[in-house]
Design a protein around this ligand. Structure first.
Ligand SMILES: O=C(O)CCC(=O)C(=O)O
Length: 343
């Protein structure tokens, strides 16, 4: 073993500790990526334990959620609710969020540009409809149920622009899981999304650990060294022609009117759908991914209210700093003050 390889193994204790966290990259952790250990079931064992704990937490969170929403989620892995807000409240919310200028960050992936405005205390104060949405007694318990934790999600105004000048293709167009354990993304669409305008897509039922899915995960974990880069980093890609063997239907496309809320478990297969030409859509976007291996549903240090409502604003600054130190690449670049849907 050369000095470089030896040096690498100094990190072995950290790789070991990472097994008990949400660490997902087969490529960055030789224990998670070990063909020998995965042949013996390491990846599948983490998956089973994470899912068992998530469903146990959900059972405790279900009482606060209407039964038909839970049933829809348990069956499909998503909940779609049209006309989520009363029309006048929604209209005021949309007006305030889309006509205001805010500090933005942008990331371009292939020919798709994603713009985000972090939602912090100032925006909540300035837009009463936003504050009442994020504190809503239907919104919070539903997101907590899908996320399988009461920890506060991160919130953004997000706009997606397709077919922008750019090289390569948008990796979000490929069906994928975000990670091996249950976690949440949610969209309250501020604009209509038609079928040819890059709608979100989701394979109904793909959040469940069926015997077919477990066998697929096991096979992927063993052959991961030959996979594409994003799968190696723990966001497994799946080809549409693999779905029938997994007893799964083709992806459902969320071509939905504005004021529709879609909440998904991102360990299910999902993607951004195709689009016929340049298009822009906007949404209030929520994200929650917490450490999977805990039995409690309760709040954590990051959910202390004064911290929770500032996290989305702080996070990019922390990553800027890690980038300067050379530990992490910042992909969300400052893009100045803009209205969310400005060209
Ligand atoms: O917002 C979308 O169009 C879906 C993006 C996606 O696939 C993801 O967030 O993982």
């Amino acid at each position: 073993m050369g000095p470089r390889a030896l040096l690498r193994w100094w990190r072995a204790p950290l790789w070991l500790i990472a097994l008990a966290t949400g660490a997902k990259s087969f490529a960055d952790n030789p224990i998670l990526g070990s063909e020998r250990l995965n042949r013996r079931g390491l990846h599948v064992a983490r998956l089973k334990l994470a899912h068992r704990l998530a469903w146990a937490r959900r059972r405790r969170l279900a009482a606060a959620v209407p039964r038909e929403w839970c049933e829809q989620f348990d069956r499909d892995g998503f909940v779609e609710l049209r006309d989520f807000l009363p029309p006048d409240q929604f209209e005021r919310l949309r007006q305030s969020l889309l006509s205001g200028s805010f500090p933005t960050r942008e990331q371009q992936q292939g020919d798709t540009l994603t713009r985000r405005v972090a939602i912090g205390p100032e925006l909540r104060r300035a837009v009463p409809e936003l504050r009442s949405l994020l504190d809503d007694r239907r919104w919070r318990p539903l997101l907590a149920y899908v996320a399988s934790t009461r920890s506060e999600p991160l919130y953004y105004i997000q706009a997606i622009f397709t077919h922008c000048p750019g090289v390569g293709s948008d990796p979000q167009l490929e069906l994928h899981t975000d990670t091996f354990h249950p976690s949440l993304k949610a969209w309250l669409f501020l604009t209509d999304v038609t079928d040819d305008q890059a709608p979100l897509t989701y394979v109904a039922g793909s959040h469940r650990l069926t015997p077919e899915r477990l066998a697929w995960e096991q096979a992927r974990s063993i052959t991961i060294a030959g996979s594409d880069r994003l799968s190696q980093r723990g966001s497994l890609r799946v080809a549409p022609d693999e779905l029938p063997a997994l007893n799964l239907p083709p992806p459902h496309r969320f071509a939905v009117p504005a004021n529709t809320l879609v909440v998904i478990d991102t360990c299910g297969f999902h993607a951004r759908g195709s689009s016929a030409g340049p298009h822009a859509r906007a949404e209030i976007w929520a994200y929650a991914r917490r450490t999977p291996f805990v039995p409690w549903t309760g709040l954590d240090a990051l959910s202390i209210p004064s911290i929770a409502i500032r996290r989305a604003q702080w996070l990019p600054h922390i990553v800027d700093w890690l980038d300067r130190l050379g530990f992490k690449k910042q992909v969300w670049l400052r893009a100045g003050r803009k209205r969310p849907m400005d060209n």
